[in-house]
Design a protein around this ligand. Sequence first.
Ligand code: IPT
Length: 961
Amino acid sequence: MSRTHTHPLPWYMDVSPGSGGLPPRSWYAGSDAGRMSLNGDWRFRLSPTASAEDASFAQSGFDASGWGTVAVPGHWVLQGAGGAPAYTNVVYPFPVDPPLVPTENPTGDHLLTFDLPTGWPEGGECVLRFDGVESAARVWLNGEELGDFKGSRLPHEFAVGGVVRAEGNVLAVRVHQWSSGSYLEDQDQWWLPGIFRDITLLHRPDGAPRDFFVHAGYDHRAGTGTLRVECDGADGRVLVPGLGVDVATDEAVTVPVEPWTAETPRLYDGELVTAGERIPLRIGFRTVAVEDGVVKVNGRRVLFRGVNRHEFHPETGRTVDAHTMRRDLVLMKRHNINAVRTSHYPPHPAFLDLCDELGLWVIDECDLETHGFVDLEWRNNPVDDERWTPALLDRAARMVERDKNHASVIIWSLGNECGSGRGLTAMAEWVKGRDPDRLVHYEGDLSCKDVDLYSRMYPTHAEVELIGKRAEDPWSDPALDARRRAMPFIMCEYGHAMGNGPGGLSEYQRLFEQYERCQGGFVWEWIDHGIAHPEHGFAYGGDFGEELHDGNFVCDGLLFPDRTPSPGLIEYKKVVEPVRIEAGTSAGTVRIVNGYDFADLGHLEFVWSHEVDGELRASGPLTVPGLAPKAQTEVALPEGGEGVWTVRAVLAEDAAWAGRGHVVAWGQPAVGAVVPAAAAVGSRPEAADGGIVLGGGVFDAATGALVRLGDVPVQALRLDVWRAPTDNDNGAAWQPDERYGLRWRELGLHRMRHRIDAVEVGEDSLTVRTWVAPAGVDTGLRTEYRWTADGERLGLTVSVAPEGEWRVPLPRLGIRFGLPAAYGGARWFGGGPGEAYPDTRAASMLGRWEMSVDAMQTPYVRPQENGARADVRWAELTDGDGAGVRAGGGTPFWFSARRWTSEQLDTAGHRPDLVAGETVWVHLDHALQGIGSQSCGPGVLPEYRLDAAETAFSFVFSPVG
Ligand code: IPT
């Protein structure tokens, strides 16, 4: 602990969790006891330091008319009330000297005057509840100090019955941005001080319970549920009309029930009736346990198709309204996500009500992270210092007590990235003692000594496979090793969704399906934390002038900040789809596999469609038996012949999260043969207009450059191997090797020179021989363009031979050319509708697609390579009249088009830096380097590496319209 501190420390710096508050209890909404929201506009004053010990503002009669206002709940730094957001991932934004914090400690004084509503009940007690304040608060009501607290994303309550009055109450809250608690809250996110969750005044009638604990297990053998509601501080009855249950509190009753699962979130409405209060209950019966080395719910192995969710809104930060919470969950359900880790703190409590209702497995994580100590070799880590243990236990209790009555919560997580230590052991022991019916998770201690499951972040596929076989490298202590080896395995984080990507999700999914120990994972993360910004569109680290920051590492979600799904989410939906639809063993059949853990297929309808060259020929319903979980069948498709057959599984009825007809899963059991474009040969090149004319093409005689195709001017058609590096190409600073984004730049692939060695006019061809290489090295690509024609059709074969030493893969291998801006309409037959790369192409559906070039862009918050379409047989770019150019391929190719160059994409820092120019730049790529997940995880798998090798590929161009 601190080498410098003097005694006594001010309250906000000492390690105690707080003083004056009530013990924690469960959170619930909707009882018949009176309540009053204290949300709204509060008077606000910001001071640059915490030293203002003058608490006169808390006294009745204080004149705050000169103060500004802030909205509560909210963060003052996002309301123009002073200060600014700051983003760091691991490093603390202040000198590390626990528990001391800087003198520059922004301090927000909040003041509200309120009257009790008419009809506020007499008698009983009153409780003032804070659902979340960052990072520490001291509270006065009517001049009387109630106490103080730390633990930003946890509830804190004070008894105020003796202080509150009918009229003219003055509630004063002093919030310090920095406190000893900040050392425990070093999560990878914006530092955002303020009263960011609700404040409520609650009436506690005489005879109301202090707390209650709903135990609702399910016996899958008997098909019964056992309900027992422990009640503290009152006796009462538990009523569940739908089950005919009417029992005393603390009494167990066993009845036949439908169990709760994330797939079938059956909740029974009930009521806890006490003399003083009637509390609505929503009861889900389920039992979670580790059996035979796997996590089972209701006796069955579950597979987590999860995401890590931070609370985030681009305007309001961690103040997330009810509509947005529901929207997150609806989006998750629509994308086949069945699990949430509440990284890295308990969410707004109402979020868990929605998880119960809509059906998500939840890992509820405690508000605890001390990651910044890693760079100090974990010296003075609070989780291994017993002086901090009371604060850790307080945090554990505030989470467990608050959230214990949720069916959706099946795992408690002690926190994130704290290293290891005695404090964590103490937390785990306390949690187990209080709630033996759930599992305990913590990833940061590889010994797994305190937990029920083995959890890792960002391991490679190869390591996951070893773990799946229970053949991982042994842990140093044999007893702990044996214990860990017998545990189930999850990845609490994987698939780092920063920028373009993540790649390699399908390969992980195969491992989860192959090894029962591998029970899935949680993609990092749900949403980009880009803050709405007038100049930058969405801001990230550094945009507010932070001294230390981690750039756009805060934008690594499956949703863009405005909650538009990114291609990563579309990919994840397909990879984790709960029904597999694939080619059957014999032609003309489709295999359907039910991959749900609990649900049969009764809630789905199946539809087939048949297309030829992208044109719909026929479609209709497909009868599929209501397969039990894990069962499969093969079904014959109707007669119909060649072409693309697509089968979709759609919701048969409206669900709470999507309407009837919503596509849950799809497959293309037959995709037809690839028909390469017929060769364009036979025409003779001729000299004309100072150039060379070959079929529909006009070339510059000196350089051999194509200048016109039919009526369409063409610019700078040539070999292109560069892409604006993605975040995954660049890799994270701590990645030891293979950071290709950097190595490509070192080699100079972004500044290739094209030397023309020969322009040869032949009998029926025009050949241009070139050397493509960066300055300063003798490594390059011998490149030959061979043009042929057949009437208006123009053929191009590009032959590439690498020479010299190529130690890096190529970003891409293809051609790029420019068309005038008018050619901004795209149509293609190939994969779509969205972006795809070699290792992110599961969701790419073969068909005919049409959209503007503008719509083909994926708006990553930090611009980077994007927008490729996979497996393209032909593509057209046309103007408003439908006239333009068509390109077909010898083999399917990758197609992208944009109104800026890769170089401009590369230099842009934010979306608004990309400005449409006079040219549409078209890329037709023979091959692309994969994406991987190296911005925080493993790189590109070997099969998706684009090594430089001798290659030839061809296209046929023809005019359209
Ligand atoms: C891991 C963190 O747990 C998570 O909060 C986030 O920072 C993520 O990485 C990357 O975005 S820790 C990392 C150093 C492996």
